[in-house]
Design a protein around this ligand. Structure first.
Ligand SMILES: [Zn+2]
Ligand SMILES: [Zn+2]
Length: 129
């Protein structure tokens, strides 16, 4: 697999790696625009897809925001704050053994699974007090 990154793709990758970890395509697009990078949203999506396929970034499905792109490429879970929409990594162990449970139940082959916790983050909890 050749990893010849185009300049734009490298810029997007750097942006995600330097962020707190999780960004939507729209957020990436607006940051690039602020940095005077001329790029269309379709190109942002195309580059994100390539980065994902090359395993340079991860992505998480979000019920309202679509895909969230993630610099943490290891299997992990997420917590989303329902007030500020912030997404944080959760460091509980990835439950591989669940795959076997589902495979036995459905006679299927499981590749991955997702757990998303929802609640109110520590910062919003402080604000609400
Ligand atoms: Zn919050
Ligand atoms: Zn993450």
């Amino acid at each position: 697999m050749s990893l010849k990154l185009t300049k734009q793709r490298q810029e997007i990758l750097d942006l995600i790696r330097n962020s707190s970890g999780h960004m939507t395509a729209d957020q990436i697009h607006s940051v690039l625009k602020e940095q005077n990078v001329k790029i269309g949203i379709a190109t942002v999506y195309r580059n994100l897809n390539v980065l994902y396929e090359e395993h340079l970034i991860n992505r998480v499905r979000h019920p309202e925001l679509g895909y969230i792109y993630d610099k943490n490429i290891h299997d992990h879970y997420h917590f989303r704050c329902v007030e500020c929409d912030r997404i944080q990594d959760v460091s509980i162990e990835y439950q591989d053994r669940l795959h076997k449970v589902v495979e036995d139940e459905l006679n299927a082959k499981v590749f991955s699974h997702d757990i998303n916790f929802e609640g109110i983050c520590s910062e919003c909890l402080k604000k609400n007090k």
